[in-house]
Design a protein around this ligand. Structure first.
Ligand code: SF4
Length: 498
């Protein structure tokens, strides 16, 4: 596992397009950052010769480009006017289990049904136990399969009612794309933990975890799917020009709690999520970081050059720009520089097991621009620190380039609690902020920098509020321990120690 949190997935769906699978392929390619373990597409196809609707699928381990390398998959297999797709990141315990690759596709009494899920159910263990007692046999270890069983066991008669019935049972974080023989259904949980957007191109409708998946397909962004919304796109939509919506109720005493970490690190900066551009939010975060931790007042002289600000590419670039801009505005002499270069072609399977040191792993991903760093006071901006192992190796690499000083700025608060809503952090005892009791000087020493400072939780929330005054609420549980949706003890245990 790299030393960054991982989200579990990216999802995409298309209705009413002759090249539904191809659009899904490009969408998944744009969402690759949300999951790199496996990828899959299911299409919905009505075969006039057989008069039987079918759902062809193709899925495998690997990146989107390699899973769908053979173009015949699109011309001979994944035919149909509707499709859903899924990129998956899996927890270490289930990485090699092919039955967990999504989308899941089943055939049951009401027809074909396929599902793709981004998130994590907080009552998954209870539901599994209950279904097992009823004699249900599971093929995978994934929460997503539970939803399919709940649908097929529903006593309701129509497929839509069965889906609504199942959705009332599940709790936690989930964005879903569901494909039936005649519908595309998109669902966002009532707390709205993960992002999901609606797009349109001509008479074709699409949904995606992030809008960057619309841009690649030249699709117009229409709006976000609202927290608790169940959006139904079918023939009726094509006639009326509008999808229909049903709404799920939020649990009592909980409020909308969109994952603030999506803005800090996870979403692509060119995506619009939760009603705002990620780039804009990250710049504000950089601005607040500058308010809390401005540069030291150094006036450059012939012998003393001004400090430089560099970022850990790519996710920290925008916050670093915001930090540099605000310092300059406040009269501090500084310059944003490209001091680290990232190699984008490092696959997750690049390292031969046991051969490469952590040092080498970091070097396969980053290199320094020595001429930029030499003899300078360097302010390094990174979006988050998890274990701190990668940061320490990165700092060592920067030291080798000969800077005078290295100061580390983190554009998020210390991560001290686990996430139960679809982001994969190591166990709390492995988090560097916990190891050193959040003592910034001790963390600085462990990482090997001259100083280290975090953005405060208040600073983070205020930055997001300034960029988005009318925005909905946010989850900050991994920083504050304030969990917006209760987690059952069993799920808690499982999540903390996987
Ligand atoms: S705990 Fe952190 S990572 Fe998880 S949903 Fe909340 S803000 Fe996001």
């Amino acid at each position: 596992m790299s030393d960054k949190p991982h989200d579990y997935c990216g999802i995409f769906g298309v209705f009413n397009h002759p090249e539904a699978a191809v659009y899904t392929y490009y969408g998944l390619h744009s969402l690759q950052h949300r999951g790199q373990e496996s990828a899959g597409i299911v299409t919905s196809r009505f075969d006039p010769e057989k008069s039987i609707p079918s759902m062809p699928q193709h899925k495998d381990f690997g990146l989107v480009l390699s899973v769908f390398e053979n173009q015949k998959i699109f011309t001979e297999k994944l035919l149909g006017h509707a499709a859903i797709g899924h990129n998956r990141y899996s927890t270490s315990g289930s990485a090699g289990n092919a039955t967990n690759i999504q989308p899941f596709r089943v055939h049951y009494k009401n027809g074909n049904l396929a599902i793709g899920h981004n998130g994590n159910l907080t009552n998954g263990s209870e539901l599994r136990e209950r279904l097992e007692e009823r004699g249900v046999i599971f093929q995978s270890t994934s929460d997503t399969e539970l939803i399919l069983h709940l649908i097929s066991h529903s006593k309701k008669t129509t497929q839509l009612d069965q889906i609504m019935d199942a959705l009332q049972e599940i709790e936690g974080a989930y964005c879903l794309v569901l494909l039936t023989d005649d519908k595309l259904i998109a669902v966002r949980d009532p707390n709205g933990f993960r992002p999901l957007a609606l797009g349109k191109q001509g008479a074709s409708w699409m949904v995606a975890s992030e809008t960057c998946a619309f841009d690649i397909n030249d699709v117009d962004y229409i709006r976000d799917i609202q927290p608790g919304e169940v959006l139904i796109i079918d023939r009726q939509t094509l006639e009326s020009g509008e999808p229909r919506s049903l709404f799920l109720e939020r649990k009592k005493d909980t409020s909308v709690s969109q994952c603030i970490f999506e803005y800090i690190y996870f979403a692509r900066p060119d995506s619009r999520i939760f009603g705002e551009n990620t780039d804009k939010i990250r710049r504000k975060i950089g601005k607040y970081l500058a308010h809390e931790h401005p540069l030291p007042k150094v006036t450059s002289t012939k012998t003393e050059k001004h400090p430089i600000i560099i970022s850990v590419p790519d996710s920290s670039n925008t916050a670093a720009l915001g930090y540099a801009h605000e310092n300059q505005k406040q009269g501090y002499e500084c310059k944003y520089e490209i001091g680290l270069i990232r190699n984008h072609y490092v696959g997750r399977t690049f390292i031969s097991p046991g051969q490469a040191s952590r040092d080498l792993k970091v070097r396969t991903k980053f290199n320094t621009v020595k001429g930029v760093l030499q003899d300078r006071v360097v302010f390094l901006v990174d979006d988050s620190i998890v274990r701190g192992t990668t940061s320490a190796h990165l700092v060592k690499m920067i030291r080798n380039a000969g800077p005078k000083e290295i100061h580390f700025l983190v554009s998020s608060p210390p991560i001290i609690h686990p996430c139960f809503y679809g982001m994969d952090f190591p166990s709390p005892k492995e988090l560097i902020a916990n190891i050193y009791d959040q003592n910034q000087d001790r963390i600085a020493e462990a990482i090997g920098v001259d100083s280290l400072r975090y953005l405060s939780s208040e600073g983070l929330v205020n930055a997001v509020k300034e960029a988005q005054p009318d925005g909905l609420g946010y989850c900050t549980a991994c920083f504050t321990g304030q969990y917006p949706v209760p987690v059952s003890p069993h799920n808690k245990e499982e999540n903390e120690y996987y």
